[in-house]
Design a protein around this ligand. Structure first.
Ligand code: DGY
Length: 327
């Protein structure tokens, strides 16, 4: 009998084809996330599941899937998974690191430049036919070269984003909740690890890449915005709840920072009231990893991970490898 696998949303075909070599595969083919009740119902008889970051993988999920032998997240972030609960139940769980690092770091730069040089706002000016011709005082933005880049969370993506700054000759500073030094950034860029509050005060651009944990939730709130330079620009391609979004709207209105480029939101897919009306924001629909190649690589990585779990082998990127030793 082939193992039964469920995929909670359609992913690129190569991932599905890999699963089909070994498993009976069922997929949510509707172009919408499953409701909680649907999710729990669909996984009832499954041996393995590939899910998305908006699927909550917790005790109730594991209760609903008594045959489960592995769960593969189609995302690098895994704040949706209760990893200790999976470990308690000896269920291996995995994520998709590395394959989306460059795509996400590139998007952080796209947002940074778009906000600094008002790309979206001024594109609208052109399209509306309102431009009356070149003027010395028109549409001024902010420089990037030589400005200080602050990285919050210098993991894989934060490191890649910082390394991409080389061409722009930016001093780089970083803060890590673990306090761990990043030797690559220090060696390659002369970057320095500094306390979070100091990073807020010194950065011209702040890019968020920290994982979402109870400690990092609302790291950016009214108090943090009050410490930032009034000219600073905040970029978030990590997780929305790192920012208390209502506070960000107020801070932008008060001019406590100059702009924000966001790919992620506190309550996706909704945005805080007032955010969309602010011209100094660029707002994207969580597309950090959304390139053809990256999403395909995520799909094949998630499929390989799940197949390994179902074969009692070690998945490439297991979040609780200790359960494998116990099997
Ligand atoms: C992730 O992988 O965590 C992203 O948010 C989606 O690609």
């Amino acid at each position: 009998m082939k193992p039964k696998v469920y995929v909670t949303r359609m992913i690129p075909r190569p991932g599905i084809e890999l699963l089909e070599t070994y498993c009976e595969v069922a997929i949510n083919t509707e172009d919408r996330p499953l409701s909680r009740a649907e999710l729990l119902d669909k996984v009832r008889d499954k041996d393995g599941v590939i899910g998305l970051m908006n699927d909550r993988i917790d005790g109730d999920f594991f209760d609903a899937a008594p045959n489960l032998r592995g769960y593969a997240n189609y995302a690098v972030g895994y704040d949706n998974i209760d990893v200790p609960e999976a470990t308690k139940r000896r269920i291996p769980v995995s994520n998709t690191p590395d394959v989306l690092t460059d795509a996400t770091a590139e998007l952080a730069w796209a947002l940074l430049f778009a906000v600094a040089r008002r790309v979206v706002e001024l594109d609208a000016v052109m399209r509306s036919g309102q431009w009356s011709g070149w003027g010395p005082l028109q549409f001024l933005g902010a420089d990037v070269c030589g400005k200080t880049l602050g990285i919050v969370g210098a993991g894989r993506i934060g490191t890649a984003m910082a390394l991409m700054s080389r061409g722009f000759r930016m001093p780089v500073i970083y803060a890590n909740s673990s306090g761990r030094r990043n030797e690559v950034l220090e060696k390659e860029l002369g970057a320095s690890l500094i306390p979070f509050d100091e990073l807020l005060e010194r950065s011209d651009y702040i890019s968020l890449h920290a994982p979402l944990t109870p400690q990092s939730r609302h790291l950016f709130n009214a108090k943090s915005f009050a410490r930032m330079k009034k000219t600073a620009i905040l970029i978030n391609t990590g997780r929305g709840p790192l920012i208390k979004e209502d506070d960000l709207v107020q801070a932008l209105k008060k001019g406590q920072l100059s702009g924000a480029g966001l790919d992620v939101y506190e309550f996706e897919p909704r945005m805080a009231e007032g955010l969309a009306a602010l011209p100094n924001t660029v707002l994207l629909p969580h597309i950090g990893s959304a390139t053809d190649t990256t999403r395909t690589n995520m799909a094949t990585m998630a499929a390989r991970n799940l197949l390994a779990m179902l074969r009692n082998e070690r998945p490439e990127t297991c979040l609780n490898p200790e359960v494998l030793a116990q099997r």
